[in-house]
Design a binder for this molecule. Structure first.
Ligand code: DC
Length: 228
């Protein structure tokens, strides 16, 4: 437990180990944790269950407007529900992963979830918030903004290890999929993925998870009080 009070925005592309870093930092600082990607994934479950095409922006907006999306803010107990149903496992499925970029590009979906994110953050004294647009859009006044990045090959290798994939062709496919998602997330009109101007960029290509966690915790503890 530490004296950290404030918000840490942790942004960056997929495959950088962002989630496990965010959870570990929250635990070390005794802070709450919010996984905003889980919220976009839960919205995607609602869209798929409604039988709506993820590319149909208007229909997607209507489904998400009518869905009750709930997420927890504890680093070690994942609570994700849609209309009261636990979807914590389903949100990680390949089907949801394929469709989530399109759902998260719909402006009214973003507005709705960003409002919810800000309300959850306001309820915590100390919180680590993980996503793509936290430092740029959701919390422009966050105490600390970190943009976590890594070379695409390193990210594909890590993802392969997690999934137990060793076939080089499949690893190359993973790298291609990561690049596709990065390009989609970085080029969308609403809240594209990019580092905030005042973000500290941490490149994890040559750092292990503990090295990254140490760096972010150190930044958090030295940032406390700055500008207050
Ligand atoms: O971090 P993740 O893979 O669970 O995120 C899932 C998708 O949601 C990803 O394609 C980008 C999108 N996302 C977003 O647009 N904004 C956020 N704050 C978090 C995630």
């Amino acid at each position: 437990m530490t004296d950290f009070v404030g918000q840490i925005a942790l942004d960056g592309p997929s495959g950088t180990g962002k989630s496990s870093v965010a959870r570990a930092v929250a635990t070390r600082l005794g802070a709450a944790y919010l996984d905003t990607g889980a919220m976009y994934r839960a919205a995607t479950v609602a869209v798929l269950d409604a039988g709506v095409a993820p590319q149909d922006g208007e229909a997607v907006a209507a489904v998400v407007a009518g869905a009750l999306i709930e997420v927890g803010t504890h680093a070690h107990t994942e609570l994700v529900q849609v209309d009261g149903v636990d979807v914590a496992v389903r949100i990680r499925s390949a089907e949801v992963t394929r469709a989530v970029s399109a759902v998260s590009a719909v402006p009214s979906v973003r507005r709705r979830l960003v409002d919810q994110q800000r309300a959850l953050v306001a309820a915590a004294d100390a919180v680590v918030v993980e996503g793509r647009d936290i430092g740029t859009v959701v919390l422009p006044d966050a105490t600390l903004k970190v943009y976590l990045t890594a070379a695409p090959e390193a990210r594909a290798q890590r993802r392969a290890l997690q999934l137990g994939i060793t076939d080089p062709v499949e690893v190359a496919e993973l790298a291609a999929d990561l690049r596709r998602r990065d390009a989609y997330d970085s080029n969308r009109a609403d809240s594209p993925l990019r580092p905030a101007e005042d973000a500290v960029v941490v490149d994890s290509t040559h750092l292990d998870r503990e090295g990254v966690v140490d760096r972010v915790v150190e930044l958090a503890l030295t940032t406390v009080g700055v500008g207050r």
